[in-house]
Design a protein around this ligand. Structure first.
Ligand code: XIL
Length: 355
């Protein structure tokens, strides 16, 4: 069989191709995955190691070793290194919001903690991490600011502060807002309001990451994806497809998106392909990837990066979320590191001419 072409070369004139790496891969325990990353990608994101809880688990304790390895890996391969994520309501330890006696801290203290965290983390990798997800998932499905501890304690300007602190920590890093369900018009409008508000206050935001936690039937209308790409680009921002994975499994809740706190008990019917993915579904997945990449390619003047949330099916978080212990097939390489039909479908879109 012919050696598959490298995605980063196929899309060279269009956008960069990124992938998220987990701790095991960063630690050097999965050379097969690293070979795929090296061949196909020119950008990496850390799946978990730069989240607050991982890198700053206790008030005076930073755990930089895995992140140091991650950044060194990106440098070794001359990649565009993404940092993820500075301010988020998930995977952030409780202590961040509490004082020594267990009571909520006040605005000034929380802002100081936020500043200190961003200065330490983004500051440590100044000039080496090229773009940061500064604020992750601040908008709720109803388009309003999410009722998180950040909002509750600091107030509506917490996002502004996060971007300002990040800019101060590394003036040359690109600064992004990243979120899921951004094809949904109500949430899209909420994010546009947030960005416009930041822009009107003179806050620098460089890009929006559209998390691509999608499936065979979600988002329902591809037109919604196109509308979001256009609308975000009209704000003068770089648009990125971050966290791309396409689930083939049924989703147990009418509320879609990617709320990491969702959890459901496993039932047999929710895990229809525990051994192997039937050819017909494999083909559906390939068609779906093809549809998505046709849109990315069509809007390549607006999209700067497409990042897959994992190298291969075996490592995907979708095997654990929102139900533990399922077998999903959401990526371009299978559990044996072989290119799937979806990979071939993506390759074809790189050569397609625009309609
Ligand atoms: C996920 C990781 O993939 C998992 O390893 C972890 O257990 C939970 O978080 N939105 C985000 C990502 O911004 O950080 C999340 O990543 C998926 C949803």
């Amino acid at each position: 069989m012919q050696d598959p072409p490298a995605l980063k070369e196929l899309f060279e004139d269009d956008f960069i191709i990124g992938v998220a790496l987990n701790l095991n891969q960063i630690s050097g325990n999965e050379p097969e995955a690293m070979a795929l990353m090296e061949k196909h990608c020119n950008s990496i994101s850390p799946e978990d190691v730069l989240k607050w809880g991982e890198v700053h688990p206790e008030p005076d304790e930073y755990h930089f070793e895995p992140a140091d390895c991650f950044v060194a890996l990106g440098e070794k391969h001359k990649m565009f290194v993404v940092g993820h994520a500075l301010v988020w309501h998930q995977q952030t330890p409780d202590w961040v919001f509490l004082d020594a006696s267990g009571r909520p801290v006040d605005r000034a203290e929380l802002l100081e903690r936020m500043r200190g965290h961003i200065a330490s983390v983004a500051g440590r990798y100044k000039g080496r991490i090229h773009g940061w997800d500064v604020v992750n998932e601040a908008v709720d499905d109803d388009g309003r600011m999410r009722k998180s501890k950040w909002l509750e304690i600091v107030g509506e300007d917490y996002a502004q502060k996060a971007f300002e602190f990040a800019h101060a920590a590394d003036p040359d890093a690109a600064l992004y807002y990243n979120d899921y369900s951004l094809c949904a018009p109500v949430k899209r409008d909420g994010v546009i309001r947030l960005i416009r508000d930041l822009q009107s206050r003179g806050v620098r935001v460089d890009g929006i990451g559209i998390q691509g936690h999608w499936s065979l039937d979600y988002p329902e209308r591809l037109d919604d994806l196109e509308q979001s790409i256009l609308a975000f680009s009209e704000l003068g921002l770089d648009v990125m497809i971050t966290e791309l994975d396409v689930s083939v499994l049924p989703f147990p809740d009418p509320q879609r998106g990617a709320d990491v706190s969702l959890h459901f008990e496993k039932k047999k019917e929710w895990d229809p392909y525990p051994e192997v993915l039937p050819d017909a579904v494999q083909e559906k997945l390939a068609r779906r990837y093809s549809e998505f990449f046709r849109i990315f390619h069509k809007h390549r003047d607006k999209i700067s990066r497409v990042t897959l949330w994992g190298v291969h099916d075996g490592q995907s978080w979708l095997n654990r979320w929102p139900i533990r212990g399922r077998t999903d097939y959401p990526l371009l390489f299978d559990r044996a590191y072989r290119a799937k039909p979806a990979f071939g479908a993506v390759v074809k879109t790189a050569c397609a001419t625009n309609e």
